[in-house]
Ligand binder design. Structure first.
Ligand code: SF4
Length: 336
């Protein structure tokens, strides 16, 4: 019977190749793609799974991932990216799937020395030990440079047919893809919002002011312009049609316990979410900022209508926008 392995599939080239290398020696693969609010790689992961012909399970991180973001044991990278803790979290999810399925190991596309924060030799050892996967975490692309895993010593997997890649270069991996007949070579990763420096002020603000922040709050951080009004109020404005749709979708979720959605009714402008207790002053301010952040409104306009929705109840509200120019100067977004 073929040995079964669980592969962490990111949607990138490395994990694709790691799986393909094992398929060449008849290892059966099931893949897991771990979804976080900060990376949009589901489509790419599905395409990679299709290319490989492997079943793919999507699993979202749980609420405990918020603590990884807030207080990572192994620190942050250049922005607010807790890569080692995040990798560990995902590896543990794959380990759980390995146990569920009775697989012989977890497979990862990690390459020794490729990423300064999470793929040094010590980091790879730490990931194995802290995930409880010592001897069961196989990195086929660098395996010959690492200690043999149990499936290798048990001859379920032929170590001689694994690889010895190290470092950051993508060219050798593209060459390997050609050699292995891979038809779909994913573009370099779409990127994780946590690595963007402009994103950091918004996430730090969230954790500073909200001790009970949830994944929903973290997902909101990824959308639009954020205005910190006071310790308990934040206003988020869409910057694009996609942002506006996402704000409406987030506000409609059950987890949106302290969110009020405002949509422009008498003008073309951004949607807004008001986070925090609702008051007339806060609704007025949110409406003024919506008017202040659109070019579609006459600067002489004195009043607009917005639709205010909260928990399936909606009402039209008149907003006095005579002070919108001043509001734009007073309230500066946390980051672009
Ligand atoms: S780049 Fe983002 S998703 Fe990837 S390990 Fe780092 S924090 Fe996690």
């Amino acid at each position: 019977m073929k040995p079964l392995a669980i592969a962490l599939l990111s949607g990138g080239l490395d994990s694709l190749l790691a799986v393909r290398v094992l398929q060449l020696q008849s290892v059966a693969i099931e893949a897991i793609h771990v979804q976080t609010p900060f990376v949009s790689s589901e489509e790419s992961a599905a395409r990679v799974a299709d290319e490989l012909g492997v079943p793919l399970t999507f699993r979202r991180v749980g609420e405990d991932y918020v603590e990884v973001l807030r207080n990572p044991r192994y620190g942050f990278g250049k922005a607010v990216n807790p890569c080692l803790d995040c990798h560990l979290y995902m590896t543990i999810m794959a380990r759980d799937m390995m146990i569920e399925r009775g697989a012989c190991c977890v497979v990862s596309g990690e390459i020794l020395g490729q990423r300064p924060m999470s793929q040094k030799r010590n980091d790879l050892d730490l990931l194995s030990s802290r995930s409880g996967l010592v001897g069961r975490l196989l990195r086929p692309l660098s395996a010959k440079l690492l200690e043999p895993t149990i499936p290798e010593t048990e001859r379920l997997i032929d170590r001689a047919r694994l690889c010895d890649y190290a470092g950051r270069g993508r060219r050798p991996l593209i060459d390997l893809a050609e050699t292995l007949g891979v038809r779909y070579v994913p573009a370099p990763s779409p990127g994780c919002a946590l690595t963007e420096k402009t994103f950091a002020p918004k996430l730090r603000d969230l954790f500073h002011f909200n001790a009970k922040a949830t994944l929903w709050d973290c997902e909101l951080v990824r959308v639009g312009r954020h205005f910190r009004i006071d310790p308990i109020h934040k206003i988020v404005l869409g910057r694009s049609a996609d942002d506006n749709a996402k704000l409406a979708e987030l506000a409609a979720r059950d987890e949106a316990v302290a969110a009020t959605l405002l949509e422009p009714e008498s003008f073309l402008g951004p949607n807004a979410i008001l986070c925090g207790p609702v008051s007339e002053d806060m609704l007025q301010l949110a409406g003024v900022l919506m008017a202040a952040y659109t070019r579609q409104i006459d600067p002489e306009c004195r009043e607009v209508l917005v639709l205010v929705s909260r928990r399936n109840a909606s009402e039209l509200k008149r907003i006095d926008v005579s002070n919108m120019a001043a509001a734009r100067q007073t309230h500066v977004p946390l980051a672009r």
